[in-house]
Design a protein. Structure first.
Length: 559
């Protein structure tokens, strides 16, 4: 397998430093791994990846890339009751989309089951593992407390021969779920709970998504993790901080086996405001229909963000902005939204879209014409487009007020406003229905005020967007907002009650300028003055355009 190469002459020097890079630099200086750098991303396929996983992917792949090393995608598929092929497929897609280049290095813990079993046999022969008959509750009770040491299992001193026989019978399926476990024999008095005879194997009679019924005993994460890293030749096993107390066990297993021993390094996981990151909570949101699946644009999943219109580049930039820390903290979601805006502002095609239309009739205008509009003012190579202009137009409902507050610079009775890329118009008459609702504005236009070419020196404070009524494309627009109304919903006891009731507003009759009818799924636009939007991949059909709001033009949640 070929290594991932970086074309930069000195790639590491071009990257911002963090403590993990400093560790690797020191390792390379001392030739600790023979100059090798080999990382991995090891998800459990029991759900879709979220933004926290994206940070880990960017870190692990980025390290391999910057040191001309290797990067593995490895599935920790050791829990058949919660894992599905759907999750495997989604994870592969997400890692590729994010830019994590794993080449042909896709691995599965289940491929190593036989090797891990043989290593378990070896530990039994060394007197370092035993079969225990205590159930889960009894094991939990026997582990002690922070001030009291644990109590040794009555089965701890079984003979090597008995343990080998029982483990083989466990593998053959002779015992029910929970009847027995294989435990490491370490130290029930250890101040580290993870070292108090942890479980290595438990009995699970369930079909595995890859192994079928071949196995009915499955390794725990602590037993499997270091073994997998060792088998794959990982140099730096990068984990989040919750595994820091597990590192002594990681080391104990590998040292007891006497096999290749990678280095585990911990960093702070990503905690994002107005978001829950627990897979259990995310699964509950999906199962109980609080959201429209794992890829709902309100979800913090990579697939949800992709459907919402976030770009891979913006997520990678976000990972660079927040950096790598040694202490957990709550990251403001506005930093992620900033990264998205920054990327889309430079790359998104501009368009005029009226989400809540009100008709404007220009009583003194006849005919029709095409006006030039800028595709992207941030990109001089983006060019121009032609926007049709006619007698009947649509403007935003809230761009007109009969009794405006002070400082309102849009259209009012008797007032003037400029139509973007077009003319100055004046409101002459307001037409209402029987209920008093404004349904039409009769206006006049000043032909001498054509944008860019007019001879008039007339100036107005307000500029609003519009679309030609006869040329407009109908679309549905989904205005997504933050899913929760509190900053840290994961800490709330009744966290589901903190869901934002305005997290989704569906607008069924938006009007957009005509070039938009050629838009493809996932195409991204800035609807001028309205925000950034993308074509939805789920509800768009050949006869119906649906747009998701990716992010507003500015942070509307600022205090």
């Amino acid at each position: 397998m070929e290594e991932t190469k970086n074309t930069n002459e000195n790639p590491v020097e071009r990257k911002p430093k963090n403590f993990i890079y400093e560790i690797i630099d020191e390792d390379n200086k001392n030739d600790k791994w023979g100059g090798r750098v080999h990382t991995r991303f090891p998800p459990e396929p029991n759900g879709y990846l979220h933004i926290g996983h994206a940070k880990s992917i960017c870190l692990n792949y980025g390290i391999a890339r910057d040191y001309n090393g290797k990067f593995n995608l490895r599935f920790d598929d050791t829990n058949p009751e919660k894992e599905e092929q759907e999750y495997v497929d989604s994870i592969v897609e997400d890692v590729k989309w994010l830019g994590g280049d794993f080449g042909d290095r896709v691995f599965y813990a289940s491929d190593y089951f036989e090797q891990m079993y043989q290593w378990a046999v070896e530990l039994i022969k060394k007197g370092k593992a035993y079969v225990c008959d205590l159930n889960a509750e009894e094991i939990r009770a026997s582990r002690g407390t922070l001030t009291e040491q644990g109590k040794e299992s009555a089965y701890r001193n079984r003979s090597v021969e008995e343990n080998l026989d029982l483990l083989e019978r466990m593998r053959k399926g002779e015992f029910e779920n929970g009847a027995k476990t294989l435990r490491a024999k370490i130290d029930m008095a250890s101040p580290n709970f993870n070292m108090r005879d942890p479980i290595m194997y438990r009995i699970v009679h369930a079909d595995h998504h890859r192994q079928g019924k071949d196995w009915c005993i499955y390794p725990t994460y602590d037993w499997a993790h270091g073994n997998e890293d060792s088998i794959e030749g990982i140099t730096h096993s990068i984990c989040t901080l919750e595994f820091q107390n597990h590192r002594p066990l990681y080391d104990w297993f590998l040292d007891s086996l006497g096999v290749y021993h990678p280095q585990q390094i911990e960093f702070a996981r990503l905690n994002l405001s107005y978001t829950v990151m627990s897979k259990r909570k995310l699964l509950q949101l999906v199962k109980e229909n609080f959201v429209d699946g794992w890829d709902d644009p309100r979800m913090p999943t990579i697939s949800g963000y992709r459907r919402r219109g976030y770009t891979a580049e913006s997520i990678r930039n976000f990972a660079e902005i927040i950096g790598v820390a040694k202490r957990d903290a709550l990251t403001d979601i506005s930093l992620l939204e900033f990264a998205v805006r920054d990327d889309l502002n430079k790359n998104a095609q501009r368009a005029m879209a009226v989400l809540k239309p009100i008709k404007v009739v220009l009583t003194n205008y006849e005919g029709e014409e095409n006006l030039e509009a800028v595709n992207n003012p941030e990109n001089p190579n983006a060019g121009m487009r032609l926007v049709p202009f006619s007698k009947e137009l649509y403007i935003e409902e809230n761009d007109f007020m009969e009794n405006p507050p002070k400082g309102f610079h849009r259209l009012i009775p008797g007032g003037e406003v400029r139509l973007r890329y077009a003319y100055i118009i004046k409101c002459e008459e307001v037409i209402k229905d029987d209920d008093g609702n404004v349904v039409e504005l009769r206006c006049t236009y000043d032909k001498e005020t054509k944008s860019g070419t007019g001879t008039s020196t007339k100036k107005v404070k307000g500029v609003i967007h519009w679309v030609s009524a006869k040329d407009a494309v109908d679309a549905e627009v989904r205005l997504y907002d933050r899913l929760f109304v509190v900053e840290n919903p994961g800490t709330e006891e009744d966290w589901l009650s903190k869901i934002n009731p305005q997290s989704l507003e569906i607008i069924s009759n938006a009007k957009i300028e005509p070039f938009i009818r050629n838009a493809k799924q996932q195409d991204k636009f800035q609807f001028e003055r309205m925000g950034y939007f993308c074509v939805d991949t789920k509800y768009t059909t050949p006869g119906k355009l649906v747009f998701n709001r990716t992010v507003t033009l500015k942070d509307s949640w600022k205090k």
